[in-house]
Write a protein that binds this ligand. Structure first.
Ligand SMILES: *Cc1c(COP(=O)(O)O)cnc(C)c1O
Length: 413
C-alpha cells in the first residue's frame, strides 16, 4: 500500500497532501479499477460448463427454471426471460398495445434504452422532472403532464431506490394509464415492504454485466396478467405459437404458426446458467452494497465539496450505484475533468446519466433545451458514479476514497 492517508481506515480525518496524477503526482494504485466489474464465482462457471455439455445452448430447461425461480423470489405470477432489459421494456410496450400517437411519461434521468424503446414503438416520450431527494420521477409533475394521448408511465427506480409507487399507481389508476416499471437497477428492492415487481405492473429487470446480478446479457419481465405474459412469450420468439404451446401439450412442439411479427429476444440457457447462481446470492449482494455505501457515507460525510446519494427509510434500496454530485461552485474543474483525473489515478467511473432530453437525437426531434427539466440537468452536470461493486476489496474502496479526496482537495477553489 502507498502512504496515502484519507482517514478512511481508523476513523481519522486528515487532508491528503499528495498531488493528483494530473498535476504530476503518483496514482493511488498501480492497476486499473474497472467500474462495475461483475463478480463471477465457480458456481456460475460450473453451471455454464454443464449447460454447454448438455447441448442445449439456446432457450431450454435452464431458462424455464430461472423464470420459476424469479417468480418465487419476486412474488409475481409470471416471469418471462429475454436477452436484455431493453427487449423486456420494448415487449412490455408492444404487448400493452402502446404505439403511434401515444405518449409515455418517463424521466430524462435514465439510460437511453428506457426512452429509445418508446421511439421504437412509434410513441412519444413525455419527460417529467425528478424529485431532488430520490432522483426518481416526481409524481406530482406526472399529473400535470397527462394529455388525452398519454397511455403509459414508465417509472425508473434510479440506482435501486424505488419510486413512490403508491402515488404513481394511484395516478395511473385514476387516469387509466399503464405502468411499466424500469427496474434495471432494482432487483430485490422494496417499496413499503412490497418487492418491486410483485404488484402486477409489467416490471423489467436487467442482467447486464454492470447490474447487481448478471447473466452476461439478459433481462426479465415480471407481471401478473396471464394474457400479456402469453403474448410477451410469443413475441420474444419470432411470434411463433410453438413456444407457448410446448408448455401445455407435446404435439405443439412439432409445428408452429406465426401469431405476431415477433422478435428474436429469447434468453439462452448459457446466460440463464450464469444468473441463476447470482440470484441465489442476491440478499448477500444487497447487504454488501449497503455496507459499501455506509463506508462511503462515513468517509465523505463532512465534505461540502460533494453531495451524497439519496435514500428513503420507507424503501429497500438495492444500492446499484453510488453517484456523488460535485459541488461545481467550489471546484476549479468540471465534472468531465474530475472524471479524467480519476481515470489518471487508475479509478474507473460512470455517469448516470447525461440528461436524455439534451441528447442530440431527442433535442433535435422534439426541440428540447437546457432549463426544461432543471433537477435532471443539475444532477446530470454534476454526477459521477464511483466504483461500487461486490468484487471490490477493502483496499479498492480505500483507493477510491483516496483518489476522490485527493482530487477534490487539490482543485478546491
Ligand atoms: C441497463 C439499463 C437498461 C437496459 O438494460 P439492458 O439489459 O442492458 O438492455 C434499461 N434501463 C436502465 C435504467 C438501465 O440502467
Amino acid at each position: 500500500m502507498k502512504n496515502v492517508n484519507t482517514g478512511f481506515i481508523g476513523g481519522m480525518k486528515m487532508p491528503n497532501l499528495e498531488k493528483p496524477v494530473t498535476e504530476g503526482g503518483n496514482p493511488v494504485r498501480k492497476d486499473y479499477l474497472i467500474f462495475g466489474k461483475p463478480e463471477i464465482r465457480t458456481e456460475e462457471i460450473d453451471e455454464v460448463v454443464r449447460v454447454l455439455k448438455s447441448g442445449w445452448l439456446s432457450t431450454g430447461p435452464m431458462v424455464q427454471e430461472l423464470e420459476e425461480k424469479i417468480s418465487n423470489y419476486i412474488g409475481c405470477k409470471y416471469t418471462l426471460a429475454v436477452n436484455s432489459c431493453t427487449a423486456a421494456l420494448h415487449l412490455s410496450l408492444i404487448c400493452n398495445e402502446i404505439g403511434k400517437n401515444d405518449e409515455v411519461i418517463v424521466s430524462p434521468l435514465t439510460f437511453a434504452a428506457s426512452v429509445n424503446v418508446i421511439e421504437h414503438v412509434g410513441a412519444k416520450p413525455k419527460f417529467v422532472d425528478v424529485e431532488k431527494d430520490s432522483f426518481n420521477i416526481d409524481a406530482e409533475k406526472i399529473v400535470e403532464s397527462i394529455t388525452p394521448k398519454t397511455k403509459a408511465v414508465m417509472p425508473v427506480h434510479f440506482g435501486g431506490l424505488p419510486c413512490d409507487m403508491d402515488a404513481i399507481n394511484k395516478i395511473a389508476y385514476e387516469n387509466e394509464l399503464i405502468v411499466i416499471e424500469d427496474a434495471a437497477h432494482a432487483i430485490g428492492a422494496e417499496f413499503k415492504s412490497q418487492k418491486i415487481g410483485s404488484q402486477g405492473n409489467p416490471t423489467c429487470f436487467s442482467f447486464y454485466p454492470t447490474k447487481n446480478i448478471t447473466a452476461g446479457e439478459g433481462g426479465v419481465i415480471c407481471l401478473n396478467d396471464e394474457d400479456i405474459a402469453e403474448m410477451i412469450k410469443i413475441y420474444s420468439n419470432h411470434g411463433l405459437s410453438k413456444h407457448a404451446w410446448r408448455r401445455y401439450s407435446k404435439e405443439g412442439e412439432k409445428t408452429y404458426n406465426v401469431i405476431y411479427p415477433g422478435y428474436k429476444y429469447n434468453m439462452q440457457d448459457i446466460n440463464a446458467a450464469i444468473v441463476t447462481h447470482q440470484l441465489d446470492r442476491i440478499e448477500e449482494i444487497i447487504h454488501m452494497r449497503k455496507k459499501y455505501a455506509n463506508s462511503y457515507f462515513k468517509a465523505f460525510k463532512d465534505l461540502d465539496l460533494i453531495e451524497l446519494p439519496p435514500d428513503k427509510s420507507d424503501r429497500k434500496n438495492t444500492w446499484h450505484l453510488f453517484p456523488i454530485l460535485l459541488n461545481l461552485e467550489k471546484l476549479r474543474i468540471s465534472r468531465n475533468e474530475f472524471m479524467a483525473a480519476l481515470h489518471e489515478e487508475n479509478i474507473g467511473s460512470g455517469i448516470h446519466y447525461g440528461a436524455i432530453h439534451l441528447q442530440p437525437y431527442y433535442k433535435k426531434k422534439y426541440g428540447f433545451n437546457n432549463g426544461m427539466f432543471k433537477r435532471v440537468e443539475y444532477i446530470s452536470e454534476r454526477t459521477i458514479s464511483i466504483p461500487f461493486q461486490t468484487s471490490m476489496s477493502e483496499e479498492d474502496l480505500f483507493n477510491v476514497v483516496s483518489a476522490v479526496k485527493k482530487i477534490l482537495y487539490f482543485y478546491e477553489k
